[in-house]
Ligand binder design. Sequence first.
Ligand code: UFG
Length: 340
Amino acid sequence: MRVLVSGGAGYIGSHTVLALVAAGHDVIVVDDFSNSKPSVQGRLEALAGRAIPFHGFDLTDADKTERLFAHERIDAVIHFAGFKAVGESVTKPLEYYRNNLDSTFALAASMAKYGVTKLVFSSSATVYGEKAPVPYREDYEHLSSSSPYGQTKVMIERVLSDIAQISEGWKVALLRYFNPVGAHPSGDIGEDPQGIPNNLMPFIAQVAVGRRERLTVFGDDYPTADGTAERDYLHVTDLAAGHVAALEHLDDMVEPARAFNLGTGTGTSVLELLKAFERAVGRELPYEIGPRRAGDLPAFWADPTRANTELGWHATKTIDDMCADTWRWQSRNPEGFPGS
Ligand code: UFG
């Protein structure tokens, strides 16, 4: 297939581009580089061993989006592009709703106009909200999210499901990611957050490489084994493989729009992840215990049965693999990708 990857210069998008090429698909990337660097393209082309066309524009520009569809043959779309910082979304709700929804509207309208009916959407476990029983299952009905960011995922899932219900031939896979971490085993691409990392793994990696003084563990009084919060971390290359599996399964889906959890099914605590990272680096890392972060849940992980059975997809990498690969990327690229 010839696959348009929106947000293909980003962390998960870039790893998925490589997985698509390895599986024999052609890829076109659209990315406005608002949260990624253009130097990703060269790294991807070196790893893929071939040219990968990049289009540098913002999908909320509906005219440009439509022109892309008018000029390129596109068989399917994987839609990653979007703002994704939970905390920032609370302070900039309008920007988040506008960007994430308008880009999806422009994309879906162009797909409809040019007869593209296959779509894989980048959703999140955040859609399960605060009350869903753990482990999370896709048939939970009361989707909601406490942040505007998360609410854009709930809304977009609904928009795409409604379109798929009434549009001949449309197939949409809604992939609910748990906590993606790790990097390509080459160490040439990985997560490169701008500014102070919001997420745990890139923060630990920056402590290890000397860019941050110490990790602050957000709370050690949760009702978990060691008191720190538990999440379902999965390796980004497993996650990328999940996108290829979903794309190739679209024609066989039992409903026009279907959600799939992509996670390992196991929880790991903040301190367990820190200890695993220390094993990868070979030394202890400084940390302190701080207060809980507003909005954080104590513990959640996936029930990945649906993705296992219907997509034939399983997470394969261990927590130690995730830390070793993150460390290879971070130690070889202490400042992330080159360029401003
Ligand atoms: N944490 C720390 N210190 C830090 C950063 C994080 O202790 O410096 C803790 C958090 O409190 C949490 C755990 O590490 O308990 C994981 O935090 P992340 O920010 O890495 O991940 P979250 O589970 O909070 O967020 C992820 C995704 C979001 C998504 C959310 C809910 O990054 O996109 O899951 O599904 F919305």
